[in-house]
Write a protein that binds this ligand. Structure first.
Ligand SMILES: *[C@@H]1O[C@H](CO)[C@@H](O)[C@H](O)[C@H]1NC(C)=O
Ligand SMILES: *[C@@H]1O[C@H](CO)[C@@H](O)[C@H](O)[C@H]1NC(C)=O
Ligand SMILES: *[C@@H]1O[C@H](CO)[C@@H](O)[C@H](O)[C@H]1NC(C)=O
Length: 799
C-alpha cells in the first residue's frame, strides 16, 4: 500500500517535472552532466530513463533522441537501457578553446507527443598538452655594455590546457650571467624575462647558450623547452624609439589576404648598423603569427590569412624594433576585428512531426533552433512562417522555437502543408535562410460516404437471364485510405412482402446490382429498396439511398380469346338469318393480352372461311359481319378461322374458330350446346317466350280444330256416302318443336335466348350472352376512355 502510494507520488512528481520543463521551458532547470575530455567512446554518461523518470519502454516507443545545439552527435542514447553514452572522443581544446567552462548544451527530444528536456554536458579539462615554444631556438643580441639588472623579454610558451593544467612556471639552465623572472601580463598569461646578473664581455664570451623550460601545473606536470642563444655585441649607444607606444587599428573581418593593416615605425639615432632597425613580433601567439606578418624593414603589417570575427574579436600584437646593436624597443598594436554580416542564420531542426491528425486542436509540429555566428545586429534573428497558414511560431527557451498548429485542420480541404521557416538577421545586407518542412494531415473518419445520386432508377426487361447486371450505384468518401473504403449492402426491405434477397444481389465492392432470377412484368412491375454504403473507418460511417427497379414489359403472352371460348368441348355456333342484310353483325370476338402497351394492342384478321368473301372481320374490334346478302346457294354451315395478333415485337397470336349456321328462322333448334346459366335479366324475355308459345299453341289447337272439323264433315259426308273410315293427316308438328313442360321453363335443349327486335319484324333476333363472370361486353361504339378504365381495373386489354 505504502509502496503504491510512493509510486503515485513519484509519477506526479515526474508529471510536474514535465510540465515545468515542457511548458515553461524558458525558466526550466537543465539536466547537468559532466565528463572528462578524451574519455573513451561508448563510456557511460548517465541513465536518461532514470533521470527523466520515464520507463525504458516509453523512451523507445517515443523515439527518444539526443539533439545537440550544434547538430553534432556527441552523445548516443541506447534505447534498450536508457543509457546515454559518449559517441565520440571529446577534445575540450577543440570544442571550447580557452573558454571556460566548456559546456555542450543538448536536448532530449521525445515524439508523440513532441516533448523535450534541456540538458548540458560539461567537458572537464585534462592535462593532455605540454607547454610548447613556437621557436626551437631564440637568438638575443645583447650589448656588452648592458648594465646588470637589465631585462630581456622572451617569447612565451603556449599550453592549450586551461586552469591549473595551463602554463605555470619557467626555469632556465644554470648560468652565472642570467636568471629568469616571471612577468605576469595581467591577462592570465605569464612571460619569461631574462635578467642580467653579471656584466657581459664580448671579448671573453661572445655567445651563451641557455635552455629555457616551461612547466604546467598538471599532475604529473608537462614541460617544453627552447634554446636561447645570446650573442654579446659591441657597444651601441642609442636604442630604437617608437613614435607611439600603442597603436590601434580596426579591420573588417572580410579584409582580403595580403592587405596592409598599418605601418609601424621607430627611429634610432645611431648610424650604420647600430641605427638599422628591424621589426619583429614579440611574444606572438600562434594565432597572431598565423594571421599577421610584419615586414622587418618597413614595419608594415599585412594580413597573412583571413580573420574571423566569430573566432577572434581582437588581437594584441607586441612589436619589437631592434637595431643592429641589439638594442630594442617595444610597442603594442591592437587590432580590433569588425564584424561583417557574413554568416546567414542557420535553422537547425531538432524534431519534426511528419503527420498530425486532422482533429487535433493545438499540436506541436516541430522544434528547432536558430543561430547566427555574427554578432550584434548581424546576429539578431527574426523568425517567421507564411501568414496564410494555420500554424504559429512560439519562441521557446534561448534560441529555440516551437511550431504549433493553431487549430484543428481539415484534411479534406488541405492534406499537406509546406511550412517555410524564414530566419533573417538584422545586419546589412540582410541574410536570410529558409527551411521548408512538409507536414501531412493524417485522416480521421469524419466524412460519411455520399451517393452520386439521391436515388437511382433502373430498368430491366422481364424474363431476364438470372444474374443479369442491371445497374451500378456508387458512393464517394472524401476521407482517404480505409476511411474511404466503401462497402455496399442491401438494407432490409421495408415491404415485408418483397423477398428482396431472392430478387437482387449487390457486389459489396463496386456497387453493381444483379437480378438474381428472371422477373415477370405480369407479376411485379416495380419495386424499391434501400442500399447502404459504409466505410471502414473506426467508427465506421454510412449513408443510404433508394433504388427503384422498374420491370419493362416483354411480349411474352399471346392473346387469350375470351369469346368464343376455345376450350369448350362443343364449339360455339353463331346463328345467321338467311335474310341478313350486308354488314349484319354475326358475332364479336373478344380477346385479351396480359402484356401491356404495344404488346397488348390486338388486331383481328380472317384467316380462313368456308365461303371466302361472305364474312369480314373488323381488324380493331373483332366484329364479324357479313359482306353481302346470302343467297339460296350458300351452304348453311360456315367455319371461320380468325387470327388474333398483338402488336409486340415479335408479335404473338392466337387463332379462333367460329361456327356460323345460316338459319331461315330464329326458332330453328340446333345442336346441343354447352350449358349456359340463366341470366336474371332474361326473366322478362321468358315471359315473352311464354306468350309466343301460348300463341303458337292456340294457333295449333285452332288449326287442329279446323282440321278435325273438316275431317268430321268429310267423314260424315263419306259415311253418308259410303260409311268408309277416316284418316287423320300426320307430320304437321316437327318432333323437335317447342316442348312446354308443366313448370313453364324451357327444356335444356334451348340454350339460346330468343329476342325480338321490335321494329324490323325481320329475323335480326338473337344475341348471345356467354357467361363471363365479372366481365361485361361493351358496345363496339363505346368510347375509348371507358375501355381504358375497364382495362385498368382488370389488368388486361380488351379489343
Ligand atoms: C480525433 O479523432 C479520434 C478518432 O475518431 C478520437 O479518438 C479523438 O478523440 C479525436 N480527438 C479530438 C481532439 O477530437
Ligand atoms: C510541398 O512541396 C513538395 C516538394 O517540394 C511538393 O511536391 C508538394 O506539391 C508541395 N505541397 C504543397 C501543398 O504545396
Ligand atoms: C375454359 O376456359 C375458361 C377460362 O380459362 C374456364 O373458366 C373454363 O372452365 C374452361 N372450360 C372448359 C370446359 O374447360
Amino acid at each position: 500500500m505504502g509502496r503504491r502510494r510512493a509510486l503515485i507520488l513519484q509519477k506526479r512528481q515526474v508529471l510536474v517535472f514535465f510540465v515545468f520543463l515542457g511548458l515553461s521551458q524558458a525558466s526550466a532547470e537543465s539536466l547537468r552532466y559532466s565528463v572528462a575530455e578524451e574519455t573513451e567512446i561508448g563510456s557511460f554518461v548517465a541513465n536518461l530513463a532514470k533521470d527523466l523518470g520515464l520507463g525504458v519502454a516509453e523512451l523507445s516507443s517515443r523515439e527518444a533522441r539526443v539533439v545537440s545545439d550544434d547538430n553534432k552527435k556527441h552523445l548516443l542514447l541506447n534505447l534498450l537501457t536508457g543509457d546515454m553514452l559518449l559517441n565520440e572522443r571529446l577534445d575540450r581544446e577543440e570544442l571550447c578553446g580557452s573558454t571556460q567552462p566548456c559546456v555542450l548544451p543538448f536536448q532530449v527530444v521525445l515524439e508523440n507527443p513532441l516533448q523535450f528536456y534541456r540538458a548540458e554536458l560539461h567537458v572537464r579539462d585534462i592535462n593532455d598538452h605540454s607547454p610548447t615554444f613556437l621557436d626551437k631556438e631564440i637568438t638575443i643580441k645583447i650589448s656588452e655594455s648592458t648594465t646588470i639588472g637589465a631585462t630581456f623579454l622572451i617569447e612565451n610558451a603556449q599550453d592549450l590546457d586551461i586552469g591549473s593544467n595551463s602554463l605555470q612556471d619557467y626555469s632556465i639552465s644554470p648560468s652565472s650571467y642570467f636568471y629568469v623572472k616571471i612577468h605576469d601580463s595581467g591577462d592570465g598569461k605569464i612571460y619569461p624575462e631574462l635578467v642580467l646578473d653579471k656584466a657581459l664581455d664580448h671579448e671573453e664570451e661572445s655567445e651563451l647558450r641557455l635552455t629555457l623550460t616551461a612547466l604546467d601545473g598538471g599532475s604529473p606536470p608537462r614541460s617544453g623547452t627552447t634554446l636561447i642563444v645570446i650573442k654579446v655585441l659591441d657597444i651601441n649607444d642609442n636604442a630604437p624609439e617608437f613614435a607611439q607606444s600603442f597603436y590601434e587599428v580596426q579591420v573588417p573581418e572580410d579584409m582580403p589576404i595580403g592587405s596592409s593593416i598599418t605601418a609601424i615605425s621607430a627611429k634610432d639615432l645611431d648610424m650604420g648598423i647600430y641605427g638599422k632597425i628591424s621589426y619583429s613580433f614579440l611574444h606572438a601567439s600562434e594565432d597572431i603569427r598565423k594571421t599577421f606578418e610584419i615586414n622587418p624593414t618597413s614595419g608594415e603589417v599585412n594580413l597573412r590569412s583571413l580573420m574571423d570575427f566569430e573566432v577572434i574579436q581582437s588581437y594584441s600584437v607586441n612589436i619589437q624594433a631592434t637595431d643592429g646593436g641589439g638594442l630594442s624597443a617595444k610597442c603594442t598594436l591592437s587590432v580590433k576585428v569588425l564584424d561583417i554580416n557574413d554568416n546567414a542564420p542557420e535553422v537547425i531542426m531538432s524534431s519534426v512531426t511528419k503527420a498530425i491528425p486532422e482533429n487535433a486542436s493545438e499540436t506541436l509540429v516541430a522544434l528547432f533552433s536558430v543561430r547566427d555566428q555574427d554578432s550584434g545586429d548581424n546576429g539578431r534573428i527574426l523568425c517567421s512562417i507564411q501568414d496564410d497558414l494555420p500554424f504559429i511560431l512560439k519562441p521557446s527557451f534561448k534560441n529555440f522555437f516551437t511550431l504549433l498548429s493553431e487549430k484543428a485542420l481539415d484534411r479534406e480541404r488541405r492534406a499537406e502543408y509546406n511550412i517555410t521557416i524564414t530566419a533573417s538577421d538584422m545586419g546589412t545586407p540582410r541574410l536570410t535562410t529558409q527551411h521548408t518542412i512538409r507536414v501531412q494531415v493524417s485522416d480521421i473518419n469524419d466524412n460519411a460516404p455520399a451517393f452520386t445520386q439521391t436515388s437511382y432508377t433502373m430498368f430491366i426487361y422481364e424474363n431476364n437471364s438470372p444474374a443479369l447486371h442491371i445497374g451500378t450505384i456508387s458512393a464517394t468518401d472524401k476521407d482517404s485510405g480505409s476511411n474511404a473504403h466503401i462497402t455496399y449492402s442491401l438494407l432490409p426491405a421495408q415491404d415485408p412482402e418483397l423477398a428482396l434477397a431472392s430478387l437482387i444481389s449487390i457486389n459489396a465492392d463496386n456497387g453493381q446490382l444483379f437480378a438474381l432470377r428472371a422477373l415477370d412484368y405480369e407479376v411485379l412491375q416495380a419495386f424499391e429498396f434501400q442500399v447502404g454504403a459504409t466505410d471502414r473507418g473506426s467508427p465506421a460511417l454510412s449513408s443510404q439511398t433508394l433504388v427503384r427497379v422498374v420491370v419493362l414489359d416483354d411480349n411474352d403472352n399471346a392473346p387469350f380469346v375470351l369469346y368464343p371460348m376455345q376450350n369448350a368441348s362443343a364449339p360455339c355456333t353463331e346463328l345467321l338469318p338467311r335474310v341478313a342484310e350486308p354488314g349484319y353483325l354475326v358475332t364479336k370476338v373478344v380477346a385479351v393480352d396480359r402484356d401491356s402497351g404495344q404488346n397488348a394492342w390486338l388486331s383481328f384478321q380472317l384467316l380462313k372461311a368456308t365461303e371466302p368473301g361472305l364474312f369480314s372481320v373488323w381488324a380493331h374490334n373483332g366484329e364479324v359481319r357479313t359482306t353481302r346478302l346470302l343467297s339460296e346457294r350458300d351452304v348453311p354451315k360456315h367455319r371461320l378461322v380468325l387470327l388474333v395478333k398483338d402488336n409486340g415485337d415479335p408479335p404473338r397470336s392466337a387463332s379462333v374458330t367460329l361456327h356460323v349456321l345460316v338459319v331461315d328462322g330464329f326458332s330453328q333448334p340446333y345442336l346441343p350446346l354447352p350449358e349456359v346459366a340463366r341470366d336474371p335479366a332474361q326473366e322478362e324475355d321468358v315471359l315473352t317466350l311464354y306468350l309466343v308459345i301460348a300463341l303458337a299453341s292456340v294457333s295449333s289447337l285452332f288449326l287442329l280444330s279446323v282440321l278435325l272439323f273438316v275431317g268430321v264433315r268429310l267423314c260424315r259426308r263419306a259415311r253418308a256416302a259410303s260409311l268408309g273410315g277416316c284418316s287423320v293427316p300426320e307430320g304437321h308438328f316437327p318432333g323437335h318443336l317447342v316442348d312446354v313442360t308443366g313448370t313453364g321453363t324451357l327444356s335444356q335443349n334451348y340454350q339460346y335466348e330468343v329476342c325480338f327486335t321490335g321494329g324490323t319484324g325481320t329475323n335480326e333476333f338473337k344475341f348471345l350472352r356467354p357467361v363471363m363472370p365479372s366481365l361485361q361486353l361493351h358496345d363496339p361504339d363505346s368510347n375509348m376512355l371507358e375501355k381504358e378504365n375497364f382495362r385498368n381495373s382488370l389488368g388486361f386489354n380488351i379489343q
